[in-house]
Design a protein around this ligand. Structure first.
Ligand SMILES: NC(=O)c1ccc[n+]([C@@H]2O[C@H](COP(=O)([O-])OP(=O)(O)OC[C@H]3O[C@@H](n4cnc5c(N)ncnc54)[C@H](O)[C@@H]3O)[C@@H](O)[C@H]2O)c1
Length: 349
């Protein structure tokens, strides 16, 4: 849908036409076409800006983050706001910048967080540390870990650089934690380019299953004996809306997140009597750095309209961190084996 003419603008600058390819080679997902066909309007003159607006052609968070940047730029005007409002009334997607720390629930506790360098993992690590935990944070990206420690200030955050699919990373995390682990947040995960069953390649399948599923099994296997020996522990697995439905991602990601739910319930049943609770969150769309391009036109045509019709506004990582920390805390002492949707009601559709 071209919105420029509807706004009475002098020029309509098509950024991403239905069959065009974006500069970086990514196809334009049809579900955001009404957004990416926009123009940038100068707030003083009301005219279209001369520079081309580069709306990112990514599903969900990436695209909306870009729109946020445009909204905050000098050229944003009433017309631009109207443009965004037309784009599916998604002007209220900005969540809170930070969530309040409610207490010192993790004072004296040690928590391991994977994928702690960005997004949900970073927000969770900072919240756990803010509530008193000693955090052992791991990520594959050294810069992100350094920035996490900077953001934490005087918080007790120890970092372990490594690929979570490498068993030595699990051992390094155990060593860094010392003789006790009270909380384990299995958060690190990657997407699968929305490749459906007839198009998924072996490399994508293997990597997504390795990061999203096998690595969780390996780290749980490493940490569980410490928890059961202590007679207490809380594990929170980060699943996905795609673990609850068939229309949230490609085949590999969907299968991996459904399996995370099964792993969660199995561990909850087996180790609950040993004092170890295992739960999962199923996030909807969250504004993070996760890469989620559509590399299948077939899947985009099938999934796009369903997502556009049903997906609530994008959440902030801090909103997920709040739910994860609740499940990890003694406030949830009688909660075990739950898959908690944290999705603004998406799963209720
Ligand atoms: N963002 C969303 O919309 C969304 C929705 C549903 C579920 N999730 C899930 O939330 C979790 C966190 O995702 P996010 O959106 O915060 O992503 P993100 O990309 O912002 O952060 C993930 C972090 O994990 C790290 N990481 C990736 N692979 C790794 C590996 N092999 N070893 C160690 N670290 C690795 C990355 O470097 C990154 O810092 C994932 O499990 C994801 O599937 C995210």
């Amino acid at each position: 849908m071209a919105l420029g003419p509807e706004l009475g603008l002098p020029h309509h600058i098509p950024i991403c036409s239905p069959h065009a390819w974006h500069a970086d080679g990514e196809p334009c997902p049809s579900i955001w076409r009404d957004v990416v066909d926009g123009v940038k309007v100068d707030s003083d003159s009301g005219r279209a800006c001369t520079d081309t607006v580069r709306y990112e052609c990514r599903l969900g968070a990436g695209c909306l983050r870009q729109i946020n940047e445009i909204r905050n730029s000098v050229c944003v005007s009433v017309s631009e706001t109207r443009l965004l409002a037309l784009a599916k009334n998604r002007t209220d997607f900005e969540g809170p910048e930070t969530m309040p720390n409610s207490s010192d629930r993790f004072e004296g506790k040690t928590a391991i967080v994977t994928g702690a360098g960005a997004g949900i993992g970073r927000a969770t690590a900072l919240r756990l540390a803010g509530e008193g935990a000693r955090v052992v944070a791991t990520d594959i990206n050294a810069d992100r870990l350094r920035q996490l420690v900077e953001a934490g200030g005087k918080a007790d955050i120890v970092t372990v650089l490594g690929d979570i699919t490498d068993q030595s990373t699990a051992q390094a995390l155990l060593s860094a934690a010392g003789d006790k682990v009270d909380v384990l947040v299995n958060n690190a995960g990657i997407m699968d380019a929305f490749l459906p069953a007839a198009e998924v390649d072996d490399a994508t399948w293997a990597r997504v299953i390795a990061v999203n599923l096998t690595a969780l099994m390996q780290l749980n296997r490493t940490i569980l004996p410490v928890m059961t020996a202590a007679g207490s522990g809380a594990i929170v697995n980060v699943g996905s809306e795609a673990g609850l439905r068939g229309s949230g991602a490609g085949l590999a990601y969907t299968a991996s997140k459904h399996a995370v739910n099964g792993m969660t319930k199995h561990m909850a049943f087996i180790y609950g009597p040993s004092g170890v609770r295992t739960n999962a969150v199923a996030p909807g769309a969250v504004e993070t750095s996760i890469e989620a391009p559509f590399k299948s036109d077939f899947a985009a045509a099938r999934i796009g309209p369903v997502m556009q019709a049903t997906m609530p506004p994008v959440a902030q990582p801090e909103q997920l961190a709040a739910a994860i920390c609740w499940l990890a805390s003694d406030d949830a002492s009688n909660v075990n084996g739950v898959i908690l949707p944290v999705d603004g009601g998406w799963s209720a559709v």
